[in-house]
Write a protein that binds this ligand. Structure first.
Ligand SMILES: [Zn+2]
Length: 419
């Protein structure tokens, strides 16, 4: 794919939290103390190192590994080579960003301002850096996949998801952002130039492959969409056997479009009655599906009586077309019923893309950039409700993050050397 992230050399950098710079410099002098500190850090997180596939040393460092101190941009850092597989790990202290001269404090504030919706240009002005440096920083974090980062937070792969595409623009071209979320967490945020089933399958397929790699037995049980044909087709292809539901809120909003040439109050009344119908169907638990079929028939008859035979017939056909998707939602109480949370995620991403529209160009790193924005969405704490005050999306969904510092978490979790 033209705009997919460029393949990179295997990055085995590990960002380690040394708490403060003084601790780091004190440890630099003694190999034993240094290695013990790094091992304790790995142990506390429960992370293993990404050795080569053939390695016999397991997932950690041993005292037999080769240790070498190197100078990198005026700073001494340790490089460790596994004697068994020859994989080389670069131990990056938390106060240094990989390949970047930016100080983490500056990067943290600039990213937070970006995440909050301040334009890239103004973020750059208040933090004395170039807008392009900020763009590249987001792209750098976006090199690591969402599935990897989220499973490092011990979130189980999602069995019930919401999937839909956000329509956006790259300069004057229409583009689409295929998205998969579960609760407050974005699991996939892709980029395509076409809304065809093939293009969407290609994008959603990257999530499916990443998830299956993580857990070969991975199965999606239920998917809620807004009923767009290409999305439904691509979901059927990628997740055969998953229950496919249609958003109930969308159904309520679409009903008025089926009613032509009637007075506004009649249309409003029918919409509100349809809302009540679906609401009651959801409450009825065991009887929900049976009750819905009967109620839909009655409702179509009611439309015929109040809005004429033509409208009644159109609504009847629309019900025929859509009801399987509504049944799917009502049959399984674990199915999400509305796509509200997905709309919230899309709105948050769209605000940032709009702020950054000067940075869209046809051959940019859109995929890496979007993934970087999705990491911020998942890891920056938000204070929307007192219940979740101070927590990030990952924590709200039951995941754990390495530290109380979101930026440090972003650095650690997107490191290439962890497995
Ligand atoms: Zn090894």
């Amino acid at each position: 794919m033209e705009h997919a992230a460029k393949p990179i050399r295997h990055n085995r950098t590990i960002t380690v939290n040394f708490r403060d710079e003084a601790t780091y410099f004190a440890l630099l002098g003694t190999t034993k103390a240094f290695v013990e500190f790094v091992l304790a850090f790995l142990l506390a997180l429960g992370f293993q190192l990404l050795h080569k596939a053939s390695c016999s040393a397991g997932g950690s460092l041993t005292c037999h590994s080769h240790y070498a101190r190197i100078r990198l941009g005026g700073l001494t850092i340790w490089r460790v080579q596994c004697t068994a597989c020859k994989a080389v790990f670069t131990v990056l202290p938390h106060f240094v960003l990989r390949y970047r001269s930016l100080r983490p404090e500056v990067a943290r504030d600039a990213l937070l301002a970006t995440h909050g919706g301040l334009s890239l240009e103004l973020c750059a002005v208040i933090h004395h850096l170039s807008p392009m440096a900020l763009y590249r920083l987001v792209c750098a974090f976006g090199q690591q996949s969402l599935v990897k980062v989220l499973t490092r937070c011990r979130l189980p792969l999602p069995t019930y998801v919401l999937a839909d595409e956000k329509h956006s623009r790259c300069l004057t071209e229409k583009v689409y952002l295929p998205t998969i979320i579960s609760g407050r967490v974005i699991w996939h945020l892709g980029y395509t130039e076409h809304a065809s089933a093939a293009a969407l399958t290609e994008s959603y397929g990257t999530f499916q492959r990443a998830a299956s790699q993580q857990e070969p037995s991975y199965r999606v049980r239920g998917i809620l969409t807004d009923g767009f044909d290409s999305t439904t087709k691509s979901m059927r292809t990628l997740f055969p056997g998953a229950r496919l539901g249609n958003c109930l809120r969308h159904a309520i909003n679409k009903l008025p479009k089926q009613l032509a040439a009637i007075a506004l109050p009649v249309r409003k009344a029918l919409r509100s009655q349809f809302h009540t119908l679906l609401h009651h169907a959801r409450q009825r638990k065991g009887l929900r599906v049976f009750a819905l079929g009967q109620r839909l028939r009655h409702f179509a008859g009611h439309v015929t009586r109040t809005a004429g035979a033509v409208n009644g017939e159109r609504v009847r056909r629309w019900f025929q077309d859509k009801k399987a998707g509504w049944y799917a939602v009502l049959e399984d109480p674990r199915m999400p019923a509305t796509s509200t949370l997905l709309d919230q995620a899309h709105n948050a991403i769209e605000r940032k893309l709009f702020m950054m529209k000067g940075f869209h160009y046809p051959r940019g790193s859109q995929q890496a950039f979007l993934t970087g924005l999705a990491h911020l969405y998942n890891l920056v704490p938000y204070q929307r409700r007192a219940k979740h005050a101070g927590q990030c999306g990952v924590e709200v969904e039951g995941g754990t993050v390495p530290t109380r510092d979101w930026f440090l978490n972003l650095q650690i979790l997107t490191s290439g050397g962890f497995r």
